[in-house]
Design a protein around this ligand. Sequence first.
Ligand code: NAP
Length: 323
Amino acid sequence: MQKKRVFLTRTLHNFALNELKKKYQIEIHSGEIPIPKTKLLKKIQNVEGLICFPYDKIDKEMIDAAKNLKVISTFSVGYDHIDTQYAIKKKIRVGYTPEVLTDATADLAFSLILDILRRVSEGDRTIREGKWRQIYGAYDYVGIDLQGKTLGILGLGRIGSTLAKRAKAFDMKIIYHNRKSISKNKEKSLGVKYVTLDKLITQSDIISIHVPHTKETDQLFDMKIFRKMRKTAYLINTARGKIINEKDLAVALKKKIIAGAALDVYENEPIGKKHPLTKIQNIVLVPHIGSSTKETRAKMAKITIKNLELGINGKKPIYSVGY
Ligand code: NAP
């Protein structure tokens, strides 16, 4: 019997590729990343399984071209790059990788909070640029304490609640906003308080974004919201870039409408050194590394291939969108 065909838009760990090769006829895209749309449109026509990444846009046109496709398995927890409703309508399973990357992403969010408040990256730039002149003065290179500050978590799901545990250990006050509050017991054990979105925006010293990118959250953080935030407040985003209007953020930072920001994700990735945000001092920029630890990425690969295997055989992936 002929092996089922699987296309990967990028390579994965060797252990995962070896597993896949045992069962399927696999092809891996090499060259330009993300894979050009025309190439993916051609490749997707003939395969039963697709392994993709957050930059690969799997829209209606792509799904219509995929005449034999049984499963889309994405190497990410976010699936805003896939038209999941249309895939489900076409009886194509969609697998994704939550939970295993929760700790790593919460760690990064917390490290960005520490970095921007204590000016770690800025200090590094100061030394590298040969600009360290005064030492130990009353006002030299002062940052901000975390203790006692109010952290506002937008999206207290897996990553948001894990961040709350870290913040609690640093004696921060934690408020959060979801569309629906979590149970009173869970609130108590995490030490968090539910507030409206407006209160979260106006009362937080630091806002950390952990909602998915959806129609509702698209460009949510714009000038209107920046003007409502405290002048002394910081914005952290490890969720998705399109939740923030970057042009407005650049203005808000330059005009000191808010105190600073730290970002892992951007409206269009990757960004280069000419990007307007790179010209601003009170911002920390890292290249979408939320889930990027050796251990986490290996766990994600394991789930990605398991999801693929289940879906290609008409079964529900371990982590499945929809059915
Ligand atoms: P999750 O467990 O589903 O949590 C999302 C939370 O957001 C839920 O508590 C949800 O609560 C809330 N929410 C959803 N829509 C909302 C809205 N319109 N307004 C207010 N709250 C809303 O997801 P997760 O695993 O924590 O991941 C969160 C996001 O992080 C992912 O979608 C992904 O895009 C991003 N991420 C990025 C990286 C990275 O590398 N930087 C890594 C992992 C994840 P309600 O349903 O009650 O509203």
